[in-house]
Design a protein around this ligand. Structure first.
Ligand SMILES: [Zn+2]
Length: 140
């Protein structure tokens, strides 16, 4: 039979297993897009800030915006250029959609996730709860 102290140790160990070793954000603070216009193009000046907040590649965000706006996009020294004139408010909405599709865990709602590809399917892996959810948004 186990002693009281052994049981206490075990209980404590279980508790430690459930506590993540690093802390995760509860929710995503999506930055406001800073936009400048050049020759009918839209430049997202603080694209890097989005990339860091989402923990996603600038190229992926640019690709997403390309599909959303049906216009060519390009990454240029930490900015994203959309070769069309679009509103700041519109970009803000798209960034929220990006977060919903590619960043926020649909199981627990937390934003510390990574993208993994398995059998050509993209999954969102949550660092907080461990869930893996397929990304439904079609991105080539
Ligand atoms: Zn989760």
């Amino acid at each position: 039979m186990k002693s009281y102290y052994e049981m206490l140790d075990e209980a404590y160990e279980k508790l430690l297993e459930k506590t993540p070793t690093r802390s995760f954000r509860d929710k995503l603070e999506i930055p406001l897009p800073k936009v400048s216009y050049q020759k009918g193009w839209t430049v997202i000046v603080n694209a890097k800030e989005f990339s860091q907040t989402f923990n996603r590649d600038l190229q992926l965000i640019a690709k997403f915006l390309q599909i959303e706006y049906n216009a060519p996009t390009r990454v240029d020294s930490n900015t994203i250029i959309i070769m069309r004139k679009v509103s700041m408010e519109g970009i803000r909405e798209r960034m929220k959609r990006f977060a919903k599709e590619f960043v926020i865990c649909p199981v627990c709602g937390k934003p510390d996730t990574s993208l993994i590809k398995r059998n050509r399917i993209l999954y969102l892996k949550c660092m907080a709860c461990g869930a893996e959810s397929p990304v439904l948004y079609k991105i080539k």
